[in-house]
Design a protein around this ligand. Structure first.
Ligand code: PHE
Length: 439
């Protein structure tokens, strides 16, 4: 059977941006910035994106487009058996992330429906704790998984590309609109100050660099073959370098903008204390407690803003879960010759079942996040740099075709993949291990 393709390069970029832009952008980035160095963290993060995020992303795109197949088959063709092992490791990572991510996405789905139904009353902390775990949380997780399956079932052109072509631009517009609106709120500047107050001492803290690297992988969907898989549906005449740059910049822009929306709203309504009490890096506190409380206080405007904000969250999460599911589905199609229909149903049911665990227990959820969302991705990123930089045959070929005679860029990228990225990603892995063993 002829392999599916995107109908256009733009369709691919929108789907890839959709994968990258997710809950990681909408809460993890701004919350981490607010609690670790503000603009200092943003600077470290941008540096990491340019130094390792963008080059690794290009590496994944090259692998996918050259071998025109999902991770297991592509990596096998690139380097043989060890490649196959790495490919299956990506599938495992995708399963675990999909399972817990869908639980969080289920919360946003529930909040979206609640916001439409008229909002919230009473103590929002209690409300959040009540809905975050238990049978209802599992139910919403399963609903979200079903939504994801519906899109993946329709395939690349008819499902993923169509949906992302709508969802990604809508999400962008919503954020820009909300960002402009929020800038005029009284007290907005206090929000900005909380988010971005520069603490440059973080530049000297290795732990902050490690955290920025982890955020880079997660936010850009790097280290488990999601973008490799999407690039495998490109035609071999499509270019890669510009696309990689557009994806990286868009991902950062959305993360940065989300903070410009969230903190002015929260601070203009005097909810700063709620965040402080929770610890800014506890995302739930900001997204599911302080923000809804603020929407409540804003009356009619708050109703509208709440509905639109949660819609943006849902769209962001959905285009990400779709890409996670597609990694596994396309592997089953390519490596085990299963039909898309069967593969999608099987993966959805399995991931749905695995998600019961994080749906019933917050500690399980955060453990899965630490393992798969941080450590597996970190290890995957390291493995990709080695594979592309050292073991793959002529990795520069696609880039030469894309960049022509701009040899400096081509060789600069190759140098980073061979030397700098393995050092940094390797250091991050070792650092994570040390932290786990230190408790
Ligand atoms: N990039 C997504 C986010 O920021 C999460 C994700 C990670 C999606 C890995 C796919 C693969 O939320």
């Amino acid at each position: 059977m002829q392999r599916e393709t995107w109908s256009s390069g733009a369709g691919f970029v929108l789907a890839a941006v959709g994968s990258a832009v997710g809950l990681g952008n909408m809460w993890r980035f701004s919350a981490t910035a607010a609690s670790t160095g503000g603009a200092g963290f943003v600077a470290v993060y941008v540096f990491m994106v340019l130094l390792i995020g963008l080059p690794l992303l290009l590496g994944e795109l090259i692998l996918g487009r050259r071998f025109q197949s999902s991770p297991v088959a592509a990596l096998t063709r690139a380097v043989g058996r060890p490649g196959a092992a790495l490919g299956w490791f990506f599938v495992l990572t995708a399963f675990v992330i999909l399972a817990f991510y869908s639980v969080i996405a289920g919360w946003t789905f529930r909040y979206g429906l609640e916001s439409i139904a008229g909002g919230w009353e009473g103590d929002l902390t209690e409300h959040f704790l009540a809905i975050a775990t238990g049978p209802a949380a599992v139910l919403y997780h399963l609903l979200f998984m079903a939504l994801t399956m519906m899109v993946v079932l329709w395939g690349i052109k008819g499902g993923i590309e169509k949906f992302a072509s709508l969802a990604t631009p809508v999400l962008f517009l919503i954020l820009v609109g909300l960002g402009i609106w929020a800038a005029f709120l009284r007290g907005a500047s206090e929000g900005y100050a909380f988010y971005l107050a520069p603490d440059l001492s973080v530049l000297a803290d290795p732990a902050v660099w490690g955290a920025a690297a982890g955020q880079t992988y997660f936010s850009m969907s790097i280290g488990m073959g999601a973008l490799l898989t999407y690039a495998s549906y490109l035609r071999s005449s499509d270019k890669l370098a510009t696309e990689a740059a557009v994806i990286s910049v868009s991902d950062f822009a959305v993360a940065f903008m989300a903070g410009l929306v969230i903190f002015p709203i929260v601070f203009s309504l005097g909810m700063g204390d709620t965040i402080a009490a929770f610890g800014a890096d506890e995302a739930e506190g900001v997204l599911f407690i302080a923000l809804p409380a603020a929407f409540e206080q804003l009356g009619g405007t708050g109703y509208f803003v709440g509905v639109v904000f949660f819609l943006a969250l849902i769209l962001a999460a959905l285009t990400s879960t779709i890409s996670l599911m597609e990694v596994i589905v396309s592997t089953l199609i390519d490596s085990l010759s299963v039909s898309r229909r069967r593969a999608t149903i099987g993966v959805g049911v399995c991931a749905g079942l695995i998600g019961v665990l994080p749906g019933m227990s917050l500690p399980a959820l955060s453990m899965m996040n630490r393992f798969a969302g941080e450590f597996f991705l970190g290890f995957g990123a390291f493995a990709i740099t080695l594979l592309v930089g050292w073991f793959m045959d002529d990795p520069r070929r696609e880039l030469r075709a894309a960049l022509g005679d701009r040899a400096l860029m081509v060789n600069g990228w190759y140098f980073v993949m061979r030397w700098i990225a393995p050092l940094i990603t390797g250091f991050v892995v070792v650092n994570m291990l040390q932290q786990y063993f230190a408790g």
